[in-house]
Design a binder for this molecule. Structure first.
Ligand code: PLP
Length: 374
């Protein structure tokens, strides 16, 4: 028996196909000008991104992982320092900490799947240099609670907002709370380009100056090398594509929030599921739904049932939170909340190419699995 529909988790060809004529024009224009590296499309995108987020400086870099790594270097995190991060994150968050010579210290998540302030508090030591919340799934952490801990101990906040572009807490954008914040433009991210891309944002002029040097061989505006640096520039071609897409990005956010509301309306009565917070559940939070990550009873059976019906789902980070990577030296850490979460979590399709009928089809099959009327 073949499924009535096939719903991919993410529709990569649609990234281009949905606006092929306009995007072709953008790409041709850049190529005809021969404007590939550090050109006006990049600086224009950086200005527009900074304005969108309400922050002073934005730097396009090669990818979201470099963004964290360069940010940490720019604020002086290094050897002997500890950085507290959630274990529920991509390995990239921990790897960036590792590669500046610091130690990633892994914390629990709370009921909303975000870094748990109580867990952070327990992990602070005299070596803690920074707390790095991850604005996972398009939601922003309770930054008041985290800032209070940081203030009490005299440590800084830096943010992995790879999944958080446009998400807000009390009106302020994810990525703008810390000394720096980072964004990823990986194709399946909220604002995706046609390859790798990332950005670091900051309000701090001194950090901005360091970032400008770090991403371009330590060269200042005159082209003179004044510091050690790397090559981690966002391609001008990607920047042009991103700048074009940023122009209508609010429409994408609106669509994601409408899909989340539809999932909530169709699935909210099932006791077997714990859904992510609904779009209007808490006036302090404005979520942009990079992902729709729920918790489900009999998760693996549900996933197989959805697969049989043509619906592709994903378990985030291929099912492994960072503290379970024993090969990387995390053998001692025990995080029971996160461990339990990873036996239950599942991401349903969440992207702007989903139709309402797709969402209904997904919900019908979930309800059917738990024996509920559709
Ligand atoms: C995607 C992602 C990154 C890394 O971004 P890349 O652009 O793929 O390097 C880092 N942290 C989180 C939470 C992410 O989701």
């Amino acid at each position: 028996m073949s499924a009535a529909r096939t719903i991919p988790f993410f529709n990569y060809p649609a990234l281009f196909a949905d606006r092929e004529a306009e995007l072709s024009q953008v790409i041709l224009d850049v190529c005809r000008r021969g404007a590939y590296i550090l050109q006006k499309d990049l600086s224009q995108f950086e200005q527009n991104l900074a304005r969108f987020m309400g922050v002073k400086h934005a730097f396009g870099v090669a990818n979201g992982t470099d963004a964290i790594w360069l940010g940490l270097m720019a604020v002086g995190v290094g050897h002997g320092d500890e950085v507290i991060i959630p274990s529920h994150t991509y390995i990239a968050t921990a790897a960036a900490v590792h590669f500046v010579g610091a130690t990633p210290v892994l914390a629990e998540i709370g009921p909303d799947h975000m870094l748990d302030p109580a867990s952070v508090e327990r992990l602070v030591t005299p070596r803690t240099k920074a707390i790095m919340p991850v604005q996972v799934n398009g939601r922003t952490c309770d930054m008041d609670a985290l800032q209070a801990i940081a203030d009490r101990h005299g440590i800084m906040i830096v943010e992995d907002a790879a999944q958080g572009l446009g998400s807000r807490f009390k009106g302020r954008c994810a990525g703008t709370f810390g000394r720096f914040g980072t964004i990823s433009f990986y194709p399946a991210k909220l604002l995706g380009c046609f390859g790798d891309g990332g950005a670091v944002v900051t309000d701090d002029d001194a950090v901005a100056e360091k970032l400008a040097l770090l991403r371009d061989h330590g060269r200042n505006a005159d082209g003179r090398v004044v510091a050690w640096g790397f090559n981690s520039r966002l391609d001008n071609l990607q920047a042009a594509v991103l700048d074009y897409k940023l122009g209508t990005y609010q429409d994408d956010i609106d669509r994601r929030r409408a899909i989340a509301a539809r999932y909530q309306a169709r699935l909210g009565d099932l006791p077997e599921l714990a859904l992510p917070p609904a779009p209007d559940a808490d006036p302090r939070h404005y979520d942009v739904y990079q992902n729709y990550e729920l918790e489900a009873e009999r998760r693996d059976e549900l996933r197989a049932h959805m697969e049989r019906n043509g619906v592709r789902t994903i378990i985030q980070w291929a099912g492994t939170p960072v503290h379970q990577f024993h090969e990387l030296g995390f053998a001692d850490s025990s995080l029971p909340v996160t461990d339990r979460f990873f036996t239950r979590c599942l991401m349903l399709p969440m992207n702007t190419t989903l139709s309402d009928a797709d969402v209904d089809y997904i919900c019908d099959h979930i309800r059917g699995f738990y024996g509920r009327a559709v």
